[in-house]
Design a protein around this ligand. Sequence first.
Ligand SMILES: NC(=O)c1ccc[n+]([C@@H]2O[C@H](COP(=O)([O-])OP(=O)(O)OC[C@H]3O[C@@H](n4cnc5c(N)ncnc54)[C@H](OP(=O)(O)O)[C@@H]3O)[C@@H](O)[C@H]2O)c1
Length: 280
Amino acid sequence: MSHPDRFLLAGVMGWPVMHSRSPMLHNYWFGKYKLAGTYVPLAIRPEGLAAALRALHPLGFSGCNLTIPHKEQAMKIVDEVDALARAIGAMSCVMVRPDGSLAGTNNDCYGFVYSIRQELPGWRADSGPAVVIGAGGGSRAVCYGLAQEGAREIRLINRSLARAQAIAEAFGGPIKTLPWEARHDALEDAQMVVNTTSCGMVGQPGLDIRLDKLPKSALAADIIYIPLETPFLAAARKRGNRTVNGLGMLLHQARPAWKAWFGIEPEVTPELRAMVERTI
Ligand SMILES: NC(=O)c1ccc[n+]([C@@H]2O[C@H](COP(=O)([O-])OP(=O)(O)OC[C@H]3O[C@@H](n4cnc5c(N)ncnc54)[C@H](OP(=O)(O)O)[C@@H]3O)[C@@H](O)[C@H]2O)c1
């Protein structure tokens, strides 16, 4: 696809937003694909979100990403929210259509699945039970992604059981909820375990879980990327499990956004990953 005269524009709306790695990642792709354009951090207060989203079209933006605290509120503002974002209950990406209307989707579950695929090309969601710890926004994207990929059993565990039950009711299918106390034993015969809680994030205590029942062949994944290796991932690596951190999810969720905005499917290269890692 060629872009003869247009200066391409996209950005991320958040409050705060300056911590976001997205401008670095998207601007790397503008350089790599030799396109005239830029991706900017947009510090938007919650009360200004509607006006900011409506300004995308007159300003010539192709779209934007959304981060905390806008992912839910934006669903009430845009003209169309796709089934995926509705199921997950949050929007991560807005597309401006030629007529100026706004469409919303969620690319986080794509990001999670492709980050696992890039690290482990032969990985299959249906090769055994998956254990997902946590039931917040990140968990909804992970559970949806695993279910879409054909997982037959997802053991979903959260400190507040009701939040896990709400996900099981919304998605149905392979999701089975278990109480928080069951998290250690739930690892038995699992093919993967994913931490989607904020435990282990910089400044937070690590995830309280014993890994002795986790098969050595199982994958341990975390969606946290600051730090790159949480105490949970470090413990799993030390006992011989393969591990995947949350950076790949962040990098891969940006690819379908580019496809929608600019018609190009960009690559997550080792160079890009190393560049972002150096800032963490
Ligand atoms: N890599 C990526 O692209 C990506 C995408 C999304 C999120 N994330 C990361 O994922 C993490 C979670 O984000 P989120 O948006 O899902 O957050 P969220 O909606 O606020 O959910 C937080 C989750 O952590 C659990 N939790 C918090 N403190 C806990 C504790 N002390 N013990 C046990 N469980 C605890 C909560 O349990 P309760 O329900 O019991 O409170 C809940 O399940 C964050 O670190 C975020 O940066 C990464």
